[in-house]
Design a protein around this ligand. Structure first.
Ligand code: SF4
Length: 466
């Protein structure tokens, strides 16, 4: 009988991509996914180390698995991911039930590590040069959108971040392998690809014979059957004219850029060693808005970095007001052991961080709503992610129907994303629209979380509702 495995994944998209690779290696070794962790021969916990809470969760998860292992003594427990890299030996000492600990750079060694694990606990977090000679086995999640990693690691060493220590130096995957991987994904039925890397837009910079990031977008754009290209995460210091012109020139590249700014204060940006000023950041985004009509921008920001004063925070709010972000992922500063910022003094009081966090969220909410209001009346190309179970009356609002559609009728509700990655919920009389299908939706209502509309766009005449 085939051995069975369960896999728990914490953290970012890169971790999820790693889990798909781990799962590919396990299937290659004859394992099959298990319905229940308790029935598994192997349970893998793919960890994250970005915040302290994420690390605490790992020990709670191991504690729960321990209880299952007592009932099923043949079960092996493995821990991998960023936290395994950072604290491999510590995990082995503290959690005796763990049989295998491996790092983010050792996934390709998994078949060998599984064998060694049979003889006793294995800890292998030694950094390895990635083997980019052939495609790795992948077991992708079902759906129509998939991830393809184009680079590993990071050379930037922002002072708050553990990634350069856990994922090692930056390596760009050869462009011919990336193209091969995307082509294979398209053959499997995926229509949208998100290119992944800690810093996608420094792609190829360390290798003169390789394409630039803009060049890579152009090459992927030629793949038949692929509809949309997205990418994350870009670094402001590598966001240049060539990259933005490539986004504009290649029709499959979506008009969305996720460009973390982290702080609006030059004083804090310098302490973070981000390599740009707030003025430079604003110049880059104005280039983006100029060259990409309808361009949508999202960002990351850290609130309460050590030494952040009220004035620094005001500058962050100013930058947010000037940037017209669709959304921002705000993080309360969390000191990570081993990073330069860990030892910095002038920690900001937690209550102050909470207040600033809330104020920022409120400012951004208004901006998001303004952005969504601008979509009212427009027709958006939406790639369907999901069909919602519950049928609804027209936008739950009979009073705003001007008569073109009978509001007593029941409609099917779908969710998807437009090219700018804005969430669109729409109704249709058509019951059989497919996940991964692209449809033109007329936007009739705007909220903060999403905009709402109707498909097909020509069948509806309704008052627009803000
Ligand atoms: S660019 Fe900075 S924040 Fe991003 S992964 Fe590298 S070190 Fe971390």
């Amino acid at each position: 009988m085939a051995k069975r495995f369960s896999l728990y994944t914490y953290g970012c998209q890169m971790n999820k991509y790693d889990s798909e690779t781990i799962s590919g290696y396990l299937e290659q070794e004859g394992y099959q996914p298990s319905e229940e962790a308790g029935d598994s021969d192997l349970v893998i916990v793919n960890t994250c180390s970005i915040r302290e809470k994420a690390e605490d969760k790992v020990y709670s998860q191991i504690g729960r698995l321990n209880k299952l292992k007592k009932k099923n003594p043949n079960m092996k427990i493995a821990v991998c991911g960023c936290f395994a890299n950072r604290a491999g030996e510590e995990i082995a000492k503290r959690a005796k039930s763990v049989d295998l600990i491996f790092g983010t750079q050792n996934i390709a060694k998994l078949p060998e590590l599984l064998e060694k694990m049979e003889e006793g606990t294995v800890v292998d977090t030694e950094a390895m040069v990635p083997d980019f000679t052939s495609l790795e086995p992948m077991n992708r999640e079902n759906g129509k959108s998939c991830w393809v990693s184009i680079a590993r690691g990071c050379d930037n060493f922002c002072t708050f971040c553990v990634v350069p220590y856990t994922r090692g130096p930056e390596w760009s995957k050869p462009s011919h392998l990336i193209v091969e991987e995307v082509e294979k994904a398209v053959e499997e039925g995926f229509v949208e690809v998100t290119l992944l890397g800690q810093n996608v837009n420094s792609y190829g910079l360390k290798d003169n014979s390789e394409l630039s990031f803009g060049g890579l977008l152009g090459k992927i754009n030629k793949i038949d059957g692929l509809q949309r290209i997205r990418f994350t995460t870009s670094h402001p210091q590598n966001c240049d004219l060539e990259m933005i012109e490539s986004m504009a020139a290649n029709d499959k590249v979506c008009e969305h850029l996720h460009l973390p700014f982290q702080s609006g204060s030059n004083n804090i940006l310098e302490k973070m060693e981000r390599g740009y000023t707030s003025e430079e950041y604003l110049e880059k985004i104005s280039l983006f808005y100029d060259k990409i009509p309808g361009g949508v921008l999202t960002s990351d920001v850290i609130v309460g970095f050590p030494g952040e004063t009220d004035k620094d925070f005001e500058e962050t709010l100013d930058l947010v007001r000037q940037s017209s972000f669709e959304g921002i992922y705000s993080f309360k500063y969390s000191p990570r052991p081993g990073t330069p910022a860990y030892g910095m003094d002038c920690l900001v009081d937690e209550k102050v961080i909470d207040e600033r966090f809330e104020e920022l969220a409120n400012v951004q909410k208004e901006i998001t709503k303004e952005n969504h209001d601008k979509l009212l009346g427009s027709v958006q190309e939406v790639l369907i992610d999901k069909k919602l179970e519950k049928k609804k009356n027209l936008l739950d609002c009979a009073s705003c129907c001007s008569g073109a559609v009978n509001s007593e009728e029941e409609f099917v509700s779908y969710v998807g994303r437009n090219r700018g990655s804005q969430r669109v919920v729409f109704l249709s009389k058509e019951n059989n629209l497919k996940i991964g299908q692209t449809v033109n939706v007329k936007i009739l209502r705007s909220g903060v979380q999403n905009v709402q509309g109707f498909y097909p766009e020509h069948e509806v005449e309704m008052e627009l509702v803000k």
